[in-house]
Design a protein around this ligand. Structure first.
Ligand code: NAG
Ligand code: NAG
Ligand code: NAG
Ligand code: NAG
Ligand code: NAG
Ligand code: NAG
Ligand code: NAG
Ligand code: NAG
Ligand code: NAG
Ligand code: NAG
Ligand code: NAG
Ligand code: NAG
Length: 585
């Protein structure tokens, strides 16, 4: 990641101290070690099923992996001393289900004043190729960019306790080319060549470099992938991952492994910032093949991971079997406004992650390759076994559902399925509106079925919210899919969570992420259709989603979440813990 030229130059001014031995740890008095930072998760803008940091500023997800016990680890770019980017550390949280996140102590600290720990990734060195792990198969190695005013170098830190605490490698840096614009290493194990591979952005040369290594310490440059797709003003945060591909894109359950073909398909994802087509930051991906040293795109197309503006620098969890849908999370913001959104002044934190998403590739015939993305299983969060709204009579009519009392979290999932759409001369629209009954603010979206040649546009609009006004905070977004000729069905599903909406069209062939900041809480849903052809059917469902944070609060309705306050962390300086009633003692 790179947060902004202005902040970088401020950092450079502040760093009159030369970078010292990188195995050291620099801790400011106000930054706690060995204990998580508490945070108030009860604010009206604070998402309830999404990850957000306890306080201060978060950006890119980093180092994501799942361990042998199925515990997911999320690290993230974190400034624990400010509400804007700067002073980058790796924050840390863990989860068993990807929705209930437990905050952990900060995992990686700068080594000296003026150093910043930028983005990177983690792997599990099961075979001790690094030699860091004499007696264990669960050793975690993080590779990240160390940023100073002099250079961006690639460093290692390793963890023998499963990813909670890290020791910096004494032989750092492991890759140094004398550049100030060389960052964001994504490491993976390539089994066919029995080799580690890392992709790194030569940011301002529009190059993604591929390196290989037998031991994670010594790296050999293998190839460059350069000037592909949108170049923006710089390339960042490259991701290389093998993703299963579906045999048939029109099947009902795209994530069912029995539908995967045994192709060896990969995607190379490249994020650009600034300079995205809609402004600011965005991520693009290239489907293709990878042979251990070279990536070959399948075609000359450029594809975006999102049609909104608030999905950047997504990463994939290392350790998910390659034959399963790959699981990603991204930063749900945009550098054009991330550092000024009102959660900072009002609630003391900035930025959320997207929901975790499962991803497969599919041949959608006209696009040939599309990344299908859908939310990871939300059913454990449902507030009721059956949907709160269950309407099969929405043809050319509408429903209004007040969820102010039935869904106290303000987080819900909705879906609208429209079937029997004629391939020729289709007509009509389907819309959804989330409204604040107090202020009249709303966010909206909808489908037009009247493309006539099967084109089905989807739009969304955050313009009627009043908590944030900024010229870069563009209000409308849209995309298109082709109507599937076999199914003649359009399916829209979405997850709304206080100040973020994510929509998924058909099997997640298109995904849109939009953050927004109403002054009044959204509490009412209106879904309606009009001018549909005779014979078209419509169904709609709404499920309330339980907050994944309130159960972690200390006391009743206090809002404060302490995170993983264990005896071992108390030994490291923590003075308080919870009794069985949840009170601090
Ligand atoms: C791991 O590597 C270290 C250093 O090379 C070595 O001492 C140790 O024996 C190795 N352990 C295993 C289980 O291979
Ligand atoms: C590794 O295991 C061996 C055999 O059990 C033991 O002798 C040695 O002390 C262990 N080394 C470490 C670093 O734990
Ligand atoms: C570990 O070693 C086994 C056996 O040689 C090999 O099949 C596997 O790919 C290796 N995995 C990693 C992550 O080193
Ligand atoms: C790869 O790209 C980097 C950055 O532009 C360049 O310095 C290097 O020479 C390239 N390597 C090869 C082998 O082309
Ligand atoms: C990988 O592809 C490159 C470019 O086509 C080729 O030069 C190289 O030999 C290939 N490597 C392997 C192991 O097949
Ligand atoms: C995608 O599907 C189309 C239509 O069935 C077919 O012509 C094309 O060859 C497929 N492409 C791939 C890469 O499978
Ligand atoms: C919706 O209602 C129909 C008819 O009453 C019922 O068969 C179906 O199970 C309901 N679905 C859900 C998810 O509640
Ligand atoms: C579509 O509309 C055109 C023009 O009104 C008409 O000629 C044609 O028969 C219609 N096609 C179908 C399949 O209804
Ligand atoms: C949906 O919104 C569009 C754009 O404002 C409008 O043209 C259309 O009539 C609306 N449809 C319904 C069913 O409300
Ligand atoms: C829409 O279709 C999907 C996939 O078949 C299904 O999971 C969902 O429950 C349907 N939603 C409605 C409202 O019928
Ligand atoms: C919640 O509890 C914490 C810890 O006791 C305390 O610091 C904080 O002020 C409380 N907040 C509210 C809103 O009561
Ligand atoms: C909490 O932290 C301790 C180490 O301080 C660790 O052993 C434990 O597994 C952590 N719990 C979770 C759920 O991550």
């Amino acid at each position: 990641m790179l947060y902004s030229p202005l902040l970088l130059s401020l950092l450079a001014l502040a760093s009159n101290v030369q970078a010292q031995s990188s195995s050291s740890v620099y801790v400011e008095p106000t930054v706690p070690t060995g204990t998580p930072i508490p945070g108030d998760y009860s604010g009206p803008l604070r998402p309830q099923i999404h990850y957000s940091p306890p306080r201060d500023f978060m950006n890119d997800p980093n180092g994501m992996f799942v361990d042998a016990n199925g515990l997911y680890h999320l690290y993230y770019q974190y400034n624990p001393t400010g509400i804007v980017a700067g002073n980058q550390h790796w924050g840390h949280a863990t989860s068993k289900d990807l929705y209930h996140w437990e905050n952990q102590p900060i995992a990686i600290f700068p080594g000296a004043k003026g150093e910043a720990i930028f983005s990177g990734s983690c792997v599990i060195d099961v075979n001790n190729t690094s030699g860091f792990f004499p007696n264990q198969t669960n050793g975690v190695v993080a590779m990240y960019t160390l940023n100073t005013d002099k250079e961006e170098t690639q460093e290692l830190a390793y963890s023998t306790d499963g990813g909670y605490t890290f020791t910096k490698y004494a032989g750092n840096p492991v890759i140094s080319i004398g550049s100030t614009q060389f960052r964001d290493p994504k490491v993976l194990w390539h089994a066919p060549t029995q080799s580690w591979v890392v992709v790194i952005a030569y940011a301002r040369e529009y190059v993604i470099g591929f390196y290989t290594s037998p031991d994670l310490k010594t790296w050999t440059h293998a190839s460059n992938f350069t000037h592909h797709g949108l170049i923006g003003l710089q390339y960042e945060v490259p991701i290389l991952i093998s993703i299963p591909m579906l045999t048939n894109a029109s099947i009902a359950d795209p994530m069912d492994p029995s539908n995967f073909a045994s192709t060896d398909m990969w995607i190379l994802q490249i994020s650009i910032n600034p300079g995205a087509p809609l402004g600011g930051s965005i991520s693009q991906y290239f489907p293709g093949s990878f042979n251990g040293t070279h990536f070959a795109p399948a075609d000359a197309g450029t594809r975006l991971t999102d049609f909104g503006k608030d999905n950047y620098a997504g990463q994939y969890f290392y350790g998910v079997p390659p034959t399963s849908p790959q699981i990603s999370m991204a930063w749900a913001s945009n550098w054009e406004y991330a550092q000024i959104v009102p959660t900072g002044q009002l609630e003391g934190f900035r930025s959320f992650m997207t929901v975790p998403r499962v991803n497969v590739l599919a041949n959608t015939t006209r696009n040939t390759y599309a990344l299908l993305s859908l939310p990871y299983d939300t059913t454990p969060l449902y507030t009721t076994a059956n949907s709160l709204v269950n309407s099969t009579s929405l043809v050319n009519s509408s429903l209004l559902y007040d969820y102010s009392t039935t869904i106290p979290s303000g987080a819900l999932q909705f879906s609208i399925n429209i079937t029997g759409i004629p391939l020729a001369n289709a007509t009509g629209t389907a819309n959804f509106t989330f409204l604040s009954s107090v202020t009249g603010e709303s966010i909206r979206g909808g489908l037009f079925l009247a493309g006539g040649n099967g084109d089905t546009p989807l739009w969304m609009d955050r313009g009627n919210t009043r908590g944030f006004n900024n010229p870069f905070f563009t209000d409308k977004f849209s995309t298109d899919v082709w109507l599937n000729e076999e199914t003649q069905t359009v399916r829209l599903m979405g997850v709304l969570d206080r100040s973020i909406l994510e929509v998924f069209l058909n099997n997640g062939e298109k995904a849109g992420t939009m953050i927004f900041f109403p002054q009044g809480e959204l509490d009412t849903l209106i879904i309606g259709t009009s001018e549909l052809n005779v014979g078209v059917t419509v169904s709609a469902e709404v499920y309330g989603l339980q907050s994944t944070w309130t159960s972690q609060e200390v006391g009743m309705g206090n809002g404060t979440v302490l995170g993983n306050v264990t005896m071992s962390s108390m030994a490291a300086g923590q003075k308080m813990r919870r009794n069985s009633l949840g009170h601090l003692i």
